[in-house]
Design a protein around this ligand. Structure first.
Ligand code: AYL
Length: 529
């Protein structure tokens, strides 16, 4: 059994000895030296491709160029872009300089982007030509001032320095920066965690290297595998699990810039994808959409699903259709855990599996925080070397999530089976998951409180078969106001990226249920409506 005497659970995989002195770029360069001329990644729509050798060579050149431009350890740069193969080059070049790499959702509005630029203290923006206008507008936002001094573009855009000029560097100024992998930050993705607004998640070089090794130890990707690169690289799932864990295995990633039914299926078929990392709505698509029958997907052997709940019914429906023997594995994780803590690879529908290597789990009572035995529901907590260093500039939020013994409280409700497999049942925290993407209620509530007709408001997620959850607002109108539901939906739509729209609708109520201290009682709202 994987259950320890104290009711914590361990992995079915024996502990791995992972060195603490290897910076992330060096970890990847060593992999490049092994797989040399093998394909590392390719863009499906353009055919642009890099071998492992090219990944290393180009990363060295860009690292050298960034050093010449004066970037120093601890500076922050941001990628605001859809998926393409230079994303990896930029990330490794940042790692070599000790630069913190952050990334923003390419569907962000100027205001959403300006918040992240402001909060992270970003000094340089790397974007694509179609988003140049959004970047300019974000920089002009006086409400959220920024420290951005330089603009780069993958491709060409007026006022932006082409990324190609960095690739043209001779590599001779490759930096000699002292990096402490267990302390120094490699990447700073944004997550709202269990409460409040999005926060910068400080993941160290070591956190990210560890997670690549943990994932690969469970999934056993082979150098012959071709993996789908559809999930966005700005989000931790794409950034670490799809991009780097697959490279670590010596396999290749075929990137798509966005989901579109035809190109998605054509990519799976024509590039003979063997493993696809997906989120539940994409599994729904493969399980149900009529178009799927028009394509030959027999190369697809393994599908991984994570970031939101995947029920056993859907798993079975998917497997029935993929009668040629594809296997569906569910994973669990969070941005704050680099991300993966659990992977189910044996075929147990509904479970997120045992813990990955070097990681402990436990279920605790919601009130007493006491550890619970198998079969009893409570809050799922995890502890391992992939757990973040903390939230950037937010010790309070960090301390609320990670206790002094190193246990991270996920804010998710679940239980452990008698043999140490984890089942996630519900979410205790505020976070809404729309198609696997985070929507922070606090962000929408703050926006709505700025509406002249709104007295008070609460936002929750309402269940939806196709997308998981939809954001819905409960609104208390100001006395005498004639504002309509549609006007409020539109007010939000004009100001946020598409994932955050109030697709669950607006409902007017007389008062928001709150605790004496003023905290919104979301459970009451959920139960009542
Ligand atoms: P974030 N089942 C139910 N809820 C899940 C699951 C799952 N399998 N995976 C993630 N969540 C929810 O930071 C849960 O509420 O990272 C968790 O606290 O955007 C929250 O999503 C974290 O949201 C994997 C497995 C990547 C997971 C991921 C993590 C990505 C989501 C690859 O194999």
């Amino acid at each position: 059994s994987l259950i320890n005497p104290d009711n914590t659970i361990r992995s079915n995989i024996p502990d791995i000895n992972i060195p603490t002195n290897v910076p992330f770029h060096q970890f990847m360069f060593e992999i490049c030296d092994i797989y040399k001329d093998e394909l590392s990644q390719e863009e499906f729509l353009t055919g642009r491709r890099y071998t492992y050798n090219q990944i290393k060579e180009k990363s060295i050149k860009v690292a050298s160029a960034l050093h010449r431009l004066g970037y120093l350890k601890g500076d922050v740069i941001i990628a605001f872009s859809s998926n393409h193969i230079d994303f990896t080059i930029l990330m490794l070049a940042c790692a070599a300089n000790g630069i913190w790499f952050t990334a923003a959702n390419p569907t962000y509005t100027p205001e959403e982007l300006s918040r992240q630029l402001n909060h992270s203290g970003t000094k340089a923006v790397f974007t694509i030509a179609p988003l140049a206008g959004i970047v300019q507008a974000a920089l002009d936002n006086k409400e959220f001032p920024n420290k951005v001094k330089k603009l780069f573009v993958f491709g060409e855009a007026p006022g932006f320095q082409p990324f190609q000029t960095l690739l043209d560097d001779d590599g001779k100024a490759f930096p000699d920066v002292d990096i402490n992998p267990t302390e120094d930050v490699f990447t700073l993705p944004y997550s709202s965690g269990t409460t409040g607004l999005p926060k910068g998640v400080m993941l160290t070089h070591y956190n990210c290297m560890v997670n690549c090794i943990q994932i690969q130890t469970s999934t056993q990707v082979t150098p012959d595998d071709r993996c789908l690169g559809l999930l966005p690289l700005y989000h931790i799932y794409g950034m670490i699990v799809v991009q780097f864990a697959v490279l670590y295995a010596g396999a290749s990633v075929i990137y798509l810039p966005k989901f579109e039914p035809e190109s998605f299926l054509r990519c799976l078929q024509d590039r003979q994808i063997t493993r696809a990392h997906l989120v539940p709505p994409l599994v729904v698509f493969l399980a149900k959409h009529p178009l799927v029958d028009k394509f030959d997907l027999k190369s697809l052997k393994k599908v991984y699903c994570g970031a939101a709940p995947l029920g056993p019914e859907l798993t079975e429906e998917f497997l029935k259709r993929q009668h040629r023997g594809a296997m569906l594995s569910q994973g669990f994780g969070m941005t704050e855990t680099g991300p993966v803590t659990n992977l189910e690879v044996t075929g147990r529908p509904g479970s997120v599996g045992p813990m990955v290597a070097n990681t402990l789990g436990k279920i605790v009572d919601l009130e007493t925080n006491k550890i619970l035995g198998p079969g009893v529901s409570g809050e799922f907590c995890v502890k391992g070397p992939q757990v973040m260093k903390g939230y950037y500039n937010n010790k309070q939020a960090t301390d609320e999530m990670i206790d002094p013994d190193g246990w991270l409280h996920t804010g998710d409700i679940g239980y452990i089976s008698n043999d140490g497999f984890v089942y996630i049942q519900d979410r205790l925290k505020e976070l809404i998951k729309y198609k696997g993407s985070q929507v922070a209620p606090a962000e929408l509530e703050a926006l709505l409180l700025g509406h002249p007709d709104i007295q008070d408001v609460a936002v929750i997620g309402v269940p939806d078969k196709k997308s998981g959850e939809l954001p819905k607002a409960f609104v208390v109108k100001k006395p005498g106001s004639k504002v309509t539901e549609q006007e409020i939906i539109q007010f939000v739509e004009e100001r946020v990226s598409p994932i955050k729209r109030l697709r669950g609708g607006v409902q007017f109520i007389d008062g928001i249920p709150k605790t004496p201290s003023g905290k919104i009682l979301r459970k009451n709202l959920k139960a009542k409506y």
